[in-house]
Design a protein around this ligand. Structure first.
Ligand code: MF3
Ligand code: CO
Length: 249
């Protein structure tokens, strides 16, 4: 069942989303060669505490950290580590969520560490743009898979590939609600979108092939061919005036 959210509920989700964006922006500004992903996680916890928000991922299916830090060929769910010191040329996906007053917000960005290769830059830019093209299809009356299709078509036209194993999701009183939002598929399928639906749309895009595998830690997803991967995510609300991005950074 897909829940349609009232104005008052969207206001609460917006509040959580604003905290998520503020924290992601601050963490992004802290990223530089030499810092560890552990330090970034500690900062995210501290900033969440200061804003009275509870990190949404910590404890979710046993995930032990507030932040996901996925470096280079890591696709999603990279675990912060004291031993992972970022170096010039890395790309780093930062995925973060909070819950405040029972309502969730969720977003992700991929940021460069120092100066990165032109091809890495292009992967990040195409991934960011694919999210924006997906969001532009989040219109009342459209089908759910119009979002998915817009993402896939754009990404593949640029020569990159869409990860199939992880999807976007409804969000509200839980981190993951119905519906699932795949980043691939034909247009015109799935439910019709309606004002009040709140979705987290999150393309994960690989430089090489689409396949992924999970590492021995049972969390970190990496590209099977070890090519670079990027990830961007926004929480959006569908309104009568079109999609509203609630996690604008
Ligand atoms: N943004 C991711 C998602 O929506 C983060 C989940 S990490 C987890 O699925 F640890 F909470 F699972
Ligand atoms: Co998400």
């Amino acid at each position: 069942m897909i829940i349609l959210r009232s104005r008052a509920e969207i206001e609460k989700i917006r509040n959580s989303c604003r905290i998520v964006s503020d924290i992601l922006r601050k963490i992004g500004e802290t990223v530089q060669p030499g810092i560890t992903t552990w330090d970034l996680n500690a900062l995210s916890e501290e900033l969440a505490r200061q804003s009275g928000a509870k990190p949404a991922f910590m404890g979710y299916h046993g995930y032990p950290y507030a932040l996901c830090t996925s470096v280079n060929e890591q696709v999603v769910h990279g675990m912060p580590s004291k031993h992972r010191r970022l170096k010039e040329g890395d790309i780093l996906s930062l995925d973060f969520g909070v819950v405040v007053d029972g309502y969730y917000g969720d977003a992700a960005v991929t940021v460069p560490v120092g100066k990165i290769a032109a091809e890495a830059e292009r992967l990040c830019e195409v991934t960011r743009e694919s999210l924006s093209r997906g969001i532009s299809q989040a219109l009342s009356g459209n089908h759910l898979s119009d979002i998915s299709h817009a993402i896939q078509e754009y990404v593949e036209s640029r020569g990159f590939s869409v990860v199939r194993e992880f999807v976007g999701h409804g969000i509200g009183q839980h981190l993951h609600e119905s519906p699932q939002v795949p980043n691939y598929g034909p247009p015109g399928k799935g439910v019709r979108l309606k004002p009040g639906m709140v979705l987290a749309i999150e393309p994960m895009i690989n430089y090489g092939g689409p396949d992924v595998e999970i590492m021995e830690d049972n969390w970190t997803a990496v590209t099977l061919d070890r090519s670079l991967s990027a990830h961007f995510e926004h929480t959006i609300a569908i309104t009568t005036d079109g999609p509203e991005i609630l996690t604008l950074i």
